[in-house]
Each structure stands twice: as C-alpha cells, then as structure tokens.
Design a protein around this ligand. Sequence first.
Ligand code: CP3
Length: 340
Amino acid sequence: ILFNYMNTLIQDCINNKFSKTPIWLMRQAGRYLPEFRSIREKNQDFIKLCLNTKLSSEITIQPINRFDFDAAIIFSDILLVPHALGQQVKFKKNFGPDLKKVDLNILNDVKKEDFLKKLNPVYETIKETRKKLSISNKDTIGFVGAPWTLLLYMLNRKSPKEGNFSVFPKDKYINNILIKLDEFLKIHIEAQIKSGASIIQIFDSWAGLLPEKDLDYFVYKPIKSLVDFIRQKKTISICFPRNINNYKKFVDNVKPDIISIDYNVDPSIIRDTIDIPVQGGLDPKILLQNKEIVRNEVTKYLKTFDKKRYIFNLGHGVLPETNPDMVRYLVDEVRSFNGQ
Ligand code: CP3
C-alpha cells in the first residue's frame, strides 16, 4: 500500500516491515502534564484554546518533546464539530461537556465554507505541527468522533452514564443528522489531510452502549463510509470502537487499516482472530500502580503480539492523575523490550 507519507514506524508496521514497535498514547497531550496545566489555567475556555493555533500546536508537541513519542495527535476535540455546526459546546469543571439544546434541523442550513472557516485554526495547527516535526519521521494524527458518538453527545447534551441508556429511534430526524454528520466529517477529514495529517483516527467512544442489532445502522455503516473516504485520500485510518463485544465483526464490516482496542478485551483473542495491525489495549489505570505491575502488563501486550504489526498505546486516554514519570518508565520499557 502506498500512502502520502512514508518512512514512519506506523507505515512500516502496516507494510509489514517491522523495525521497532511504535508508541504513542491517547490523551498524551493533557492534564497529567504540568506544562499543559499551566497553559490551561490561563485559558479557561476550552473550545477557544483548541482554536488557538499557537497554543494548540505547542500543546501537541509537549509530549513529543518530553517522551519522543512516534506520533503527534493534534490537540483538539471531537466536539469541535458540533460547535462548528452551530450547537454551542461548553466544558464545565468536574462535569465535562455541556451542549446547548437545539433543533438539529439547523444542520440543513450549515454552509461548507462557514464550517471550514470556523475550524480553520485546527487546520493551521496541523500545518504548524508538521513544520515542527518536519525533520523527524513521525506521524501527525488528525481525528474525528464517529457519527454515533457525536450523535449521542448532540442529543444527550452531556456524557452518557453507562447503564441506563435507551437507543434513539431510527427515524427521519436521526437519519438526517447521520447524513449531515457523514457530509461534514468528510469535509473535516479532507481538510485535516490537506493540512498534513498522515493518519486519521476515528473515536467511537460510546460504541459499547449499543446492542448488537443496532451496530450495523449506527456504527459499521457510518464508520465504513469514513474509512473508505480516508482510503481514497491515500491516508491511514485507525478505528477505536470502544467497548464493543466483537472486534472481529467490526473489522470484517468496516475494514480499517488499524484497529485500536480497549482494555476489556483479551489481546490473545484479538491476535488469533484479527489479521490487521492492532493498536492499544493497556488499561490506563495500570499507570497508577507500581513499576513492576506496569512492566508485567507491558510485557503481556508486547509478547502477545510478538512485535509484529502492533502499535503500543492504551485502551483509553491517559488519566489526569497519572505521574509523568510513570509514562517515562512505560516508554522506556516498550523501547527496551527485546533490545530495541
Ligand atoms: O492528546 C490527545 O489525545 C489529543 C486531544 C484530544 C482531546 N480530546 C483533548 C481533550 C482528543 C483526541 C480528544 C477526543 C475526545 N474528546 C473523545 C474521544 C476519546 C475518549 O476519550 O473517549 C471524547 C469522547 C471527547 C469529548 C470530551 N472532551 C470529554 C468527554 C471531555 C471531558 C472529560 C475529560 O476527559 O476531561 C473532553 C475534554 C478534553 N478533551 C480535555 C482534553 C485534554 C480536558 C480538558 C480540560 O479540562 O483541561
């Protein structure tokens, strides 16, 4: 497979040219880093911070400077898309996202040019980041929320509680939102690729809430549409359908380039049933334990996948209470495995 960018560890991994296990972490730029917290303290409006190119590109590079990760994920948020579509999003302390109640038929009136204009600082952040990474062979990861996870935030207007949750009807209103999300997510993906993103990760953080019978409509079909689009643009796709029961069925239906797994799934079953490159898995709570436990868990994942076609990452984002020294230890352990 020929991609737009060559010679990164992740491209080698996909092309079966193993040299080293690549490592990066979801939420690698975030609250566990004192250098992030010091910027965040002075920038209370989170959306505004994501749309500040100078600060966002600086935050994107912070974990690269500290840990020399093999990829930089752009500092932004999946909820910038609802924001740019006209639904107000706020982030409240100790609560999370807080979205305004609106009639989502407003999506029918959004113009492509206005949407792109609102998100232009994100694209500038990608360009800035690529400039900063230009002499290194690291990937720049752009991302989107999957249609299902975005639909959920837009209708539920806050993070859902696991447990008491009822699926939306597959009616005209919902169908129209999914169609609009497909259209605008492709616009957002294309602009990120044009600005220099070499990989697009699709986050379906709430895929695990759905019963099996609803996966085709809310998860497989909408994500496959985005994956096919990313492939047309000769760019790598990574899918993270968090907490779904059957990763093999997801991979068979969606056919992403890389599948990112959560920590509830047994990695040896993934290895034995799935034949595309795998990313992630380690429970982020392990990083709150001692070094011996971290080392044992890291070894478990690396041994299971036997170095081949595996990208080291976590099974969800780095927790804010994580000690950066433990992340340092994790990176060193992954890199020293088998004398790399
Ligand atoms: O380092 C990176 O991974 C890149 C930046 C990034 C953020 N959010 C920054 C962020 C990425 C890739 C995301 C994705 C995202 N955002 C997801 C999918 C991944 C996942 O965690 O399941 C989701 C569901 C969101 C929505 C979101 N953003 C929530 C629910 C919250 C509040 C809860 C929380 O984790 O803080 C956010 C805020 C957010 N996004 C922060 C960061 C660094 C914390 C902001 C702060 O309070 O300082």
